[in-house]
Design a protein around this ligand. Sequence first.
Ligand code: MRU
Length: 357
Amino acid sequence: MIPTLEWLPNGVSFLDQTKLPLEETYVLATDYQQVATVIRDMIVRGAPAIGVSAAMGVALGVSQSKATTIPALNAEVATICETLAATRPTAVNLFWAIQRMRDKYDTLVAANTSITKIKAALIAEARHMYDEDIAACKAMGAHGASLLPMEGTVLTHCNAGALATCGYGTALGVIRAAVERGHKIDVYADETRPYLQGARLTAWELLHDNIPTTVLCDNMAGSLMRLGRVQAVIVGADRIAANGDTANKIGTYSVAVLAKEHNIPVYVAAPLSTIDLATLHGDEIPIEQRSATEVTHSQGKQITPDGADIENPAFDVTPAKYITAIITEHGVLRAPFEQSIRKMVEAATTKPELATA
Ligand code: MRU
């Protein structure tokens, strides 16, 4: 299995995704501030992976606290959570995971738990979230595999794979599950400018699993669709609004519009922790703006003239009308998404066990 992140006795270990595919090196974060830096600098990235990393950051921060009273620990927990929440704004899994750790902490405090036991319980909770994330990816694979063609080419954008989760992946998990069930699938991986998650990460991890992968420049998808060379599109998500509008890596919207024009289904694979019922529609989703240097430079070399103005939104929103189905760990959602999403979230809250397809 690809070791995206791992809880260790002396900190949290991360596969350094800024160095892939040329170098497979690891960064050890030994305190919560370092975990925050690892998330902000995209050493770890991808919505579910960011969420579990933040949960581990909370566990690490609390476990290293020298506080001897609950009021002192409360103040530290607040700082830890604020620091981790300030890293990246779009993927809601980050805030979901921090809130879950916060809720766990509050419950333990309300039950008069000792500080030593609180520390152990928060570490256990973060590690449990890691296991749950892998189980959710496997369940998405089981629910979504049959939606992909028995034979054909599936296009994906960015990296929604093992590297973006604790293992197996969301969109790439569905592809993996289909391949495991005998589908003959080739993958088109959009290179995903400017950060090249597709060229560097998706190609790396699919080839690692011997899944045939062809890297495309982002501007090639439309032409290949017109030539009948794409049978389905599958992507991950950073935040899904209550009406199904989906924020994902910049460029996803263009791919979805092109797919609709060519009658190609567009699937979004994401765990329920990516759904944000408090965000009613896509226009409310905060979009991270990243540094101009990611656009002006490639491989450390300047590629634009001095003085050129630069845009670098890291995500875009695909309106729900372009999405054929949303694959979650609890099953497949279809339009009208407003109803289907709410119904599934409510059902999962009362009966959280995963149902497999
Ligand atoms: O900026 P990144 O690399 O964190 O963006 C990642 C994506 O957009 C993924 O598609 C998304 O998080 C889903 S990951 C399962």
